[in-house]
Write a protein that binds this ligand. Structure first.
Ligand code: FES
Ligand SMILES: [Fe+2]
Length: 431
């Protein structure tokens, strides 16, 4: 059966179920989204010294992010210029030069050819200065405050334009570091779920599911367990009463152009009653740098989860970076990195790592609920009497925000509508 035209799969408030199940749609997503958009690669703190590298896939392409001897972070194809073998096989490591295991060609950490092995075997017509013999740089790479993005397309908007309003969520996160930078070298949680990658995309900015999916994390009075050092409990998550009203007042913002979206901060994010001595030490170090007023602004973030289309999210409350790695139409890996704040007390950074074990590890109290949801949706959308997946909540009340996006409140499905509007825009245009 031929695949449906992607332009017909996204309609007002609904998306055709084949976007989760059709392998041809998945292949087209790799080509038209992952080979074109700015894709999040990693953070420069993962490769602190020259020769440090990490490997990953972008849209099915093997790549290496490496710090070169000039101090610059490069993103290069992970394939040999000789016969195409993958050069770096470790997830991360350190190397002065990359050496292909097959016939021993070597490459510099910026991807240029270092040497061919046994060069006497090549004739005069063979030009070792030919740049095509290197591993090859990705067409575009940019770094915003340590966050490295790359694009497999030579043309397109620059990174700042692509990030737009969503860029300020990176600022909010990085400004929390007294040392002026965040550090993602504190390990990573990795897991695979049996579902489409867009299920995790939708879920990171879904405020509707929380009191239902995460009911088991609540006390009898509806309060969630504490997710941060010094808090005696988390947000109240009920479906009625004043707490529910506060939850429903949270902002939902989204750009239908870029697909980026964020949810307003959780009521629990405000830091007024935290008297923990380590936390107070942290506040004092921020205050010494920024003064009291700016420090309060930094400590009361406006945004909770921010989604960067197509593959990354940030969270403020349990600070982490979540990266989606699509494997197949019904297989996805999620990699979750705790965010440490440079210049913050070591005990506070250790606590962030510990708390993330509790909330977003493979066996945690929150993310496991959602992984179960993803598997259930993947199973359920296979039912033949079901065509359209609904994202209609709040459809009639989305409003332009006079900048570059749309705003609404609380539990609406505006974030998902915007994600699929951007999806449809990428998918409609041929390369
Ligand atoms: S494939 Fe790499 S040296 Fe031959
Ligand atoms: Fe959730």
């Amino acid at each position: 059966m031929p695949s449906p035209d992607p332009a017909t799969l996204v309609q007002d408030g609904r998306v055709h179920r084949s976007v989760y199940t059709d392998p041809a749609i998945f292949a087209l997503e790799m080509e038209r989204i992952y080979h074109r958009a700015w894709v999040y690669v990693g953070h420069d703190s993962q490769v602190p010294d020259p020769g440090d590298f990490v490997t990953l896939m972008i849209g099915g392409q093997p790549v290496v992010m490496a710090r070169h001897s000039d101090g610059q972070v490069h993103v290069i194809y992970n394939r040999c210029g000789h016969r195409g073998a993958r050069v770096c096989v470790e997830n991360q490591g350190h190397a002065d030069i990359f050496r292909c295991a097959y016939h021993g060609w070597t490459f510099n950490t910026d991807g240029t050819l270092n040497a061919v092995s046994m060069p006497r075997g090549y004739g005069e017509s063979f030009d070792t200065g030919n740049p095509n013999l290197g591993m090859g740089q990705l067409p575009r790479v940019e770094n915003y405050r340590g966050f490295v993005f790359a694009s497999l397309a030579a043309d397109g908007p620059d990174l700042a334009t692509h990030l737009g309003i969503a860029r300020a969520s990176i600022d909010e996160l990085v400004d929390k570091a007294p040392g002026g930078a965040v550090d993602l070298s504190g390990g990573v949680h990795k897991y695979l779920y049996r579902g489409n990658w867009k299920l995790q995309m939708e879920n990171t900015v879904d405020m509707y599911h929380v009191p239902f999916s995460h009911e088991s994390t609540l006390r009898r009075d509806g309060r969630q367990f504490s997710r941060r050092r010094g808090d005696d409990s988390g947000s109240t998550l009920t479906t009625t009463g004043a707490a529910a009203e506060r939850w429903e007042q949270r902002v939902a913002w989204a750009s239908a152009e870029t697909g980026h979206t964020y949810t307003g901060h959780q009521p629990a994010a405000e830091q007024k009653h935290n008297h923990d001595p380590v936390y107070q030490e942290y506040v004092a170090s921020l205050t010494a740098i920024h003064g009291a007023e700016k420090t309060q602004e930094i400590l009361n973030p406006k945004r909770h989860n921010t989604w960067y289309f197509p593959n990354m999210s940030l969270q403020a409350l349990n600070p982490h970076v979540r990266v989606i790695r699509p494997i197949a139409v019904d297989r996805t890996e999620v990699w979750v990195y705790p965010v440490k704040f440079r210049g913050a007390p070591e005990a506070m950074n250790a606590d962030i790592i510990k708390q993330l074990n509790l909330t977003h590890a493979a066996a945690s109290l929150i993310q496991t609920d959602d992984l179960e949801n993803f598997t259930r949706v993947q199973n359920g959308v296979g039912a033949d009497n079901f065509e359209w997946v609904l994202f209609a909540r709040g459809l009639d009340t989305d409003l332009p925000d006079n900048q570059e996006g749309l705003v609404n409140k609380g539990t609406v499905e505006l974030p998902q509508r915007a994600q699929y509007a951007a999806w449809a825009r990428y998918m409609a245009a041929p390369s």
